[in-house]
Design a protein around this ligand. Structure first.
Ligand code: F6R
Length: 245
């Protein structure tokens, strides 16, 4: 696990985008694993800028997203498909038919999850998976548990995640309580993993992930065992770390 501590959110976003830019220049048909939430917005802004200034093309890129809320149509403004279009896909030359987000409207989430993992295999696996970090240590929507989830499937969101996500919805009752998420096993198969976290609210989860024991009680801690995981955190998110990095 490589840990990079940067000054603030802006620097985290630039450094994270740099990893994607390098990959896309080296491998123009790379498979990108993408995340939603507040943390990656700055990273996507940097990628859009790079495209608009003519230094980067996504024409041969495919992407797979980590998760989607169950019950939200792709056209719902809080759906993760909508988020990805708004924050990234609508502003770059990616072929949208090659961008995949699990369906929150599937009839059978076991079938949808299996098909999603097979899709990733057919694409040749994920070259670089971007991750945010839940305040409770979740990655994707894999909440703290007594075991690590393997493949993509439906998950129940914990009260703390529902509360954290409430900021995007008018009322708490509107926040979905279930999601379909790539499993920890699906995420772990990515060739490279890049986790980004910013702000004091993430400091405890960051410490557990980097310096705690590897346990499904902190799903992100599994990244300690990944052969090519890079963690980019700002000073506030790093504030509870005891080691020097
Ligand atoms: C999003 C996702 C989640 C978020 C995490 C952090 O696709 O899978 O794990 O990365 O909840 O969210 P933010 O960035 O909003 O703090």
């Amino acid at each position: 696990m490589k840990v990079i501590i940067v000054k603030d959110y802006a620097q985290m976003s630039e450094v994270a985008a740099g990893h994607f830019i390098q990959l896309i220049l080296e491998k123009p048909n790379a498979v990108l694993g993408l995340a939603t939430g507040s943390t990656p917005i700055g990273t996507y802004e940097n990628l859009v800028k790079e495209y608009k200034e003519g230094r980067l093309s996504f024409a041969h890129i495919s992407s797979v997203n980590l998760d989607e809320y169950i019950g939200l149509e792709p056209t719902h403004p809080q759906s993760y498909r909508y988020f990805m279009n708004e924050q990234l896909f609508d502003h770059i030359d990616i072929d949208k038919s090659q961008t995949f987000v699990p369906s929150g409207m599937a009839k059978d989430f076991e079938v949808e999850g299996k098909a999603y993992d097979e899709r990733i295999e057919v694409l040749g696996g994920i070259d670089l998976q971007l991750l945010g970090l839940g305040n409770n240590g979740h990655i994707g929507f894999n909440e703290p548990d007594t075991f690590f989830s393997k493949g993509t499937g439906s998950v129940e969101l914990t009260p703390s995640t529902i509360e954290a996500n409430q900021r995007f919805f008018e009322k708490k009752e509107d926040v979905p309580t279930k999601a379909i998420s790539m499993g920890v096993g699906s995420i772990f198969k990515a060739k490279k993993v890049l986790l980004i976290a910013s702000g004091q609210a993430k400091a405890e989860a960051v410490r557990e992930m980097i310096e705690g024991e590897v346990t499904p009680a902190c799903p992100a801690s599994i990244l300690q065992f990944h052969s090519d995981a890079t963690i980019i955190i700002d000073e506030a998110a790093a504030s509870l770390l005891e080691g020097s990095y």
